[in-house]
Design a protein. Structure first.
Length: 94
């Protein structure tokens, strides 16, 4: 059996994943984003097709549990938080 290319121990409780192809955040083009419930973070992953080249945790403990990450048709990234007063957050464009 082949081992996974990436895993978190302890688990970050990943809840969704998006591959960013837009132009609104040029430094993040062609990178993966994973929302995490347990770590309350958004994980950015750079991948060269064979190897994970970079992993960065964004917004850790700033928004609470992050349920979902999606790219809109106009290339913006949105996060959905998971709480009784959850919200949709559009990531700022510099």
């Amino acid at each position: 059996m082949e081992q996974p290319l990436l895993y978190w121990d302890p688990s970050i409780a990943p809840s969704s994943m998006a591959y960013y192809q837009g132009n609104r955040y040029p430094e993040w083009k062609n990178q993966w984003f994973v929302s995490a419930l347990a770590e309350e973070t958004l994980v950015r992953l750079s991948w060269d097709g064979q190897t994970l080249t970079e992993e960065e945790q964004l917004y850790r403990n700033q928004m609470g549990r992050i349920r979902a990450v999606v790219e809109s048709p106009d290339g913006l990234l949105y996060l959905l938080t998971d709480s009784s007063n959850g919200r949709v957050v559009q990531l700022a464009v510099d």
